[in-house]
Design a protein around this ligand. Structure first.
Ligand code: MN
Length: 285
C-alpha cells in the first residue's frame, strides 16, 4: 500500500499515478486531550486502518499525483534520526574535500564512531512544499537517503527482529548547510527534512538493502547508488538507535547519503527516486 498526505491534510491511497481519497479513515482515530501522547497517531493506527483505506479508495474519485500538493507522509514524528557518513564512498569524499569537513575531525569519522544525530521535527516538509534556503550565502547541499518509518514502540531490539518494527519507507532529503557547527543545528532548519512522495508499507519492500537510489539537480545526475552499499544497514541502524532511545510510531530514520553530494541554489529542481518507492520533484526556493 502506498499512502500519501496531500492538499489540506487529506490522506490518500496511491495507485499508479492517481490518488484516491481515504481521509474518512481518520475518523477512527482517538481525539486527545493534553498532554498528547508521543508518536504519530496515524502510524499507530495504520495496521487497523489499512483494509478500511483500501476499501474507501476503491470507491473514491481519483486525483492525479501531479495535481496534488504532497505533504510529508508522516505528520508528527517524535524524532528524525540521521545517520552520518553511512556510505563508504561518501566518507571518502567528506574526508578529502575541505568544503565538506571544515577541519572538523568529527565530520570525518566513520559512523560507528560518529554516532547518530537528531534533526528537529519542525524541519519536516513534503515534496510539494519544497526547500526554502535560509542562509543562501553558505554552501547548502542535497543528500538523498532511504527513510525508514518506525511502526510501533521499539526499545532495545536486535537487528534480527528489527524489520518487524518498520511501518514503511519513503524517500528522504537531508538538506545540509556546510560549516563547523554541530550537525543537529545545520540540518534542522525549517524545510531541510523532506519526506515523500508517499509512504510505501513495509510488506512491499521485504529487503530494504537492495534498492537503487538517485538524485538529479536540474536534470543533471548528482547521486546514484544502491542501499546495499550502506555501511550500517536498516536493521543494524534500528538496533543501534533503539539501544539508546525508544523508537516510537512515526519516528523517521534517514539512513545516510551516498557520494555525489553537492550545492543547491534558489530555483533548482531536485528529482529523487528510489526503487519500489517512486520518485519526487522538490523545488528550492
Ligand atoms: Mn544525511
Amino acid at each position: 500500500l502506498k499512502i500519501c498526505r496531500f492538499d489540506e491534510n487529506k490522506i490518500g491511497v496511491v495507485r499508479e499515478d492517481q490518488i484516491y481519497d481515504a481521509t474518512s479513515a481518520l475518523d477512527a482515530l482517538a481525539s486527545y486531550r493534553y498532554p498528547l501522547p508521543l508518536g504519530d497517531p496515524f502510524i499507530v493506527a495504520l495496521p487497523s486502518l489499512r483494509d478500511k483505506m483500501s476499501a474507501l479508495a476503491d470507491h473514491a474519485p481519483a486525483v492525479p499525483v501531479s495535481a496534488a500538493r504532497l505533504l510529508s507522509p508522516v505528520a508528527n514524528p517524535s524524532k528524525i534520526i540521521g545517520a552520518p557518513v553511512n556510505y563508504k564512498k561518501h566518507l571518502d569524499e567528506v574526508t578529502t574535500d575541505p568544503n565538506l569537513h571544515h577541519q572538523n575531525v568529527a565530520h570525518t569519522r566513520p559512523i560507528q564512531q560518529a554516532g547518530l544525530f537528531l534533526k528537529a521535527t519542525s524541519s519536516l516538509v513534503g515534496a510539494l512544499q519544497g526547500v526554502v534556503l535560509r542562509h543562501p550565502d553558505r554552501r547548502t547541499d542535497h543528500e538523498v537517503e532511504l527513510a525508514v518509518i518506525i511502526g510501533d514502540r521499539t526499545d532495545r531490539v536486535s537487528a534480527k527482529d528489527a524489520l518487524q518494527h518498520v511501518a514503511g519507507y519513503c524517500i528522504g532529503l537531508d538538506i545540509t548547510v556546510r560549516g563547523p557547527e554541530d550537525r543537529s543545528m545545520r540540518k534542522s532548519i525549517d524545510t531541510y527534512s523532506v519526506l515523500g512522495p508517499w509512504l510505501v508499507t513495509a510488506d512491499e519492500i521485504p529487503d530494504p538493502g537492495a534498492l537503487d537510489l538517485s538524485l538529479t539537480v536540474n536534470g543533471e545526475p548528482r547521486q546514484s547508488s544502491n542501499t546495499r552499499n550502506l555501511i550500517m544497514g536498516v536493521a543494524e541502524l534500528i538496533e543501534w538507535a533503539s539501544s539508546f532511545y525508544t523508537l516510537l510510531p512515526g519516528d523517521v530514520i534517514m539512513t545516510g547519503t551516498p557520494d555525489g553530494v553537492g550545492p543547491i541554489a534558489t530555483d533548482d529542481v531536485l528529482h529523487a527516486r528510489i526503487d519500489r518507492i517512486g520518485e519526487m520533484t522538490v523545488r528550492v526556493h
